[in-house]
Design a binder for this molecule. Structure first.
Ligand code: C5P
Length: 401
């Protein structure tokens, strides 16, 4: 499943706070998860109970509330969100945020975060026009905060001018626009495999390959950043799920093949998993026992499906661009060139994984890219840089098509 985007809504003390339960409801209708922080002043305009009911979550109010600290302190609160939306944003919270003040939960959260922040200012027209506020707004915009509004109109205080909070429906659209993918791979579907596979011997033992999943997960993340809709089929790894990627967790090669076939059709397929070539033919139902006689179990192996070859040679749904990896310990280029031809994929990224290179489990990789008509040596770089380079190359290639 795609992870739901999580909004941390910071409600500060302006009259427009009364609109925030409606805002929460509209955001949840668009499938966002919403968690709320309420300042002391905001409590005068909207109750925690109302926000808690519509967000279906606890409302966070107090920086020093021990309960909050043990459940979720301000640091985790800000990290638990994909976007922090401050609505309404008073002149006061903008002044605090612009100057790095942190004396309540809302301002501390804004100072402690590297999550994108969107603000919907709402205040009296004179407060908005004041050079101090304008300077703060400029500072915040320069730092990357997105300002939505304010609007011109009648104000609760009886005056007319700039200072009304943007309507709830427009705020919801601004939030949706923030998450709308952009980039050269928008509209493209990508499938990426990552990690090892586990091939069971009995209910407690398995055969596996050495693979951290770092390279495959990084590729999935970079393709998603360029706008692709990515399905990552992964064996067991310690890697966190990349942002904005649909993750399908599997264990065995056969499960990986089934999950890959279920992800077709797609435009791009990158097979970075270290799939076990063999599995135990007859998996034992019960744990194999050491009976003291010195008898050693006779494990018969059978070949696993070759996922890369199967998808590369798919009759009806072959992806437009199929990319494999070749982890080799000798004759790297020769073996990889033969592998590309044998498996019938389009590109192969060959890497030397002999123990002295530290590629397995390490952060760096040295890649040789082999295509049907050319060959490139990439400089030794981090697995993230390899992923960025590959994603950019894929985007370039698809642009030429
Ligand atoms: O044959 P070898 O395992 O060296 O091939 C490596 C490439 O093939 C990698 O891209 C790997 O993900 C893929 N592969 C596969 N299914 C297998 C074995 C390898 O998809 N059973």
């Amino acid at each position: 499943m795609y992870q739901k985007k999580r909004i941390l809504l910071v409600v500060t003390g302006g009259i427009a706070a009364y609109k925030t339960p409606e805002l929460v409801r509209r955001l949840r209708e668009r499938s966002f998860d919403v968690r709320c922080i309420l300042t002391k002043a905001a409590r005068e305009f909207v109750t925690p109970l109302a926000l808690s009911a519509v967000s279906n979550d606890k409302v966070y109010e107090n920086l020093f509330d021990l309960d909050d600290e043990s459940e979720m302190g301000h640091i985790q609160l800000s990290r638990s969100a994909d976007l922090i939306l401050v609505a309404p944003a008073t002149a006061d919270i903008m002044a605090k945020a612009a100057n790095g003040l942190a004396n309540d939960l809302a301002s501390t959260t804004l100072l402690a975060t590297d999550t994108p922040v969107m603000m919907a200012p709402a205040m009296n027209v004179r407060m908005w026009d004041h050079p101090a506020t304008q300077q703060n707004v400029k500072t915040l915009i320069d730092r990357g905060v997105t300002m939505v509004g304010p609007l011109e109109g009648d104000m609760a205080c009886g005056e007319y001018g700039m200072g009304r909070m943007t309507d709830v429906s427009e705020l919801v659209e601004a939030v949706c626009a923030h998450f709308k993918p952009t980039g050269p791979l928008v509209g493209k579907k990508a499938l990426v495999t990552s990690g090892p596979t586990h091939e069971p011997i009995d209910p407690v033992r398995y055969i596996a390959n050495r693979s951290s999943g770092k390279q495959g997960h990084a590729i999935a993340a970079e393709l998603a950043k360029l706008g692709a809709e990515v399905t990552l089929v992964t064996g067991p790894t310690r890697q966190p799920d990349p942002k904005g990627v649909r993750v399908v967790a599997i264990e065995s090669a056969r499960d990986m093949l089934a999950a890959c076939e279920a992800a077709l059709p797609c435009d791009i397929a990158v097979f970075a998993a270290a799939v076990a070539d063999w599995r135990v033919d007859m998996e034992a139902d019960q744990k194999l026992k050491k009976d003291g006689s010195g008898k050693i179990p006779d494990l018969q192996l059978t070949e696993n499906p070759d996922i890369l070859a199967t998808i590369s040679q798919h009759k009806s749904q072959r992806p437009g661009l199929v990319i494999g990896f070749a982890a080799e310990t000798e004759h790297v280029i020769d073996h990889a060139t033969q592998k590309r031809a044998r498996k019938q994929c389009d590109w192969i990224l060959a890497n030397d994984v002999s123990p002295t290179t530290g590629t397995f489990g390490g952060d760096d990789n040295t890649i040789h890219l082999i295509t049907p008509d050319h060959y490139e040596d990439w400089p030794k770089s981090s697995k993230i840089e390899v992923a960025q380079r590959l994603a950019a190359k894929i985007a370039d290639h698809l642009k030429e098509d």
